[in-house]
Design a protein. Sequence first.
Length: 154
Amino acid sequence: MPKKVSLAKLDLSVIQKEIKRRMKVYKKLCAQRAKLDEKIAEFEALAPLAGKFGKKRGRKRGRKPGRRRRGPGRPKMKAGKKGKRARRNPAPLAELLYNNMKGKDKVSIPEAAKLAIGAGYKTKAKNFDLVVGVAFKNKKLFKKVARGVYTVKG
């Protein structure tokens, strides 16, 4: 970036040359602006017609007719119906694993899955080992010994 020089230090002829240069640029810019103003006026004249052509794209807002609402704000349950269903298992999986692993030193994930099912944990999971692995992520109850091997903390 060039240094800023005080106008008082410049020669009068240098200042006059700069003014002439800027006036030429100004005239060009004024001509360009006039052309752009004409184009803008043309587009503004066509704007009311633009809405009539072309179909709106995308899906309409709102829910499709005949669909039930789900999630928060859905209609309240009718009288006589139960709100919550009974728990399938006696305790959460992490708690059940913790209680069954207390006497054991190290347990792998497949062994822990067999322990949980043997203790009466009911599941419909296709890959129950994965569910057990997620339950072992509870750092308050379990400690990782090696890859895929856990122990009870404390």
